[in-house]
Design a binder for this molecule. Structure first.
Ligand SMILES: Cc1cc2nc3c(=O)[nH]c(=O)nc-3n(C[C@H](O)[C@H](O)[C@H](O)COP(=O)(O)OP(=O)(O)OC[C@H]3O[C@@H](n4cnc5c(N)ncnc54)[C@H](O)[C@@H]3O)c2cc1C
Length: 272
């Protein structure tokens, strides 16, 4: 039950309320309604125009925290990998209400927009009455249920580096069915190949209890030819798999490991 709520219309008002109350930020409510926290006070942020913009500057595509997935799908600025990931979230009713800030703030290891953000080297801009900070998503997401969001902070924007947004990508989501499916496993990667040689590559997976990039393993692919990586896809996949811990969730650890291994192999044989 909603005990009481604040409904600011500017970001300044919102961070001032955040600094002096324990009100819980509430965007689309698609996660919070399910949690139904008893006697909660909410800080409704979905009327704040500053948080509902998709913009760009020299370096980044900037997605406001209260931008809905439907809004992102209609935008020419949002990169194809992010669009593909959010197009697979739930069903239209959830995509009409669910937001990027909520997907990140919920700290689920199944969050589809966060997976794409990881693969694109995304950052998050956090704001409080004391100032703001911009940090990589990897430094924000600690593990399932835990982030580095301060008690007085709000997520303001997700920032996606433009040079990564333009790269070819790979995305697969494995769920129990096509629509309304939370990921059992999902995989996203982006890469750059010039003259048959890998110049940049990212790979990230959901379903491990946390999001992770294995940058030291990714680095071993840089400078290799696409032909070499494709011909030895199983061996390259194994380099990542041996860094991961597979545990039972909605599916068994064995199932997860087999699917993730196959996705790595499929990714490496699809590079062009
Ligand atoms: C039926 C169903 C299916 C779903 N399927 C998927 C799916 O396929 N993939 C997927 O990724 N998710 C799925 N979800 C989860 C959910 O829809 C998403 O996580 C969504 O992005 C949450 O956004 P929201 O705006 O509704 O968040 P809210 O419920 O408003 O908030 C979620 C959390 O984020 C915090 N928060 C929100 N905004 C901010 C902010 N600006 N600053 C700080 N903290 C903030 C809130 O305090 C809360 O802890 C599903 C949910 C349902 C109910």
């Amino acid at each position: 039950m909603v005990n009481s709520g604040y409904k600011p219309i500017t970001l300044q008002e919102a961070i001032e309320i955040r600094s002096r109350t324990n009100a819980i930020p509430y965007a689309g409510g698609t996660d919070l309604m399910v949690k139904n926290i008893p006697d909660a006070d909410y800080l409704f942020i979905n009327d704040i125009d500053e948080l509902k913009q998709i913009t760009q500057d020299d370096k980044y595509i900037r997605i406001g925290a209260a931008v809905t997935f439907t809004q992102a799908l209609d935008s020419d600025l949002v990169p194809p990998l992010m669009k593909e990931a959010v197009s697979r979230i739930a069903a239209p009713a959830i995509r009409n209400a669910g937001t990027f800030g909520g997907n990140l703030g919920n700290a689920s290891d199944k969050a589809d927009s966060v997976l794409a953000g990881f693969a694109l080297d995304g950052c998050v801009r956090l704001i409080s009455a004391d100032g703001e900070r911009t940090i990589p998503l990897e430094d924000f997401c600690v593990r399932r249920g835990v982030t580095t969001l301060g008690d007085d902070e709000l997520i303001a924007e997700i920032l996606l580096p433009k040079e990564k947004c333009a790269l070819p990508y790979y995305y697969k989501k494995i769920g129990g069915r096509n629509a309304l499916a939370i990921s059992r496993v999902a995989f996203a990667g982006a890469y750059e190949v010039r003259d048959g040689v890998i110049k940049a590559i990212s790979a990230t997976v959901v379903g491990e209890g946390k999001f992770a990039r294995y940058r030291e393993v990714e680095a071993t692919l840089i400078g290799q030819t696409v032909d070499e990586v494709s011909a030895n896809a199983a061996a390259y996949a194994e380099r990542f798999i041996e860094k991961m811990t597979f545990t039972r969730g909605r599916v068994s650890a064995e199932y997860r490991k087999t699917v993730v291994t196959n996705l790595f192999k499929d990714y490496f044989t699809s590079l062009k």
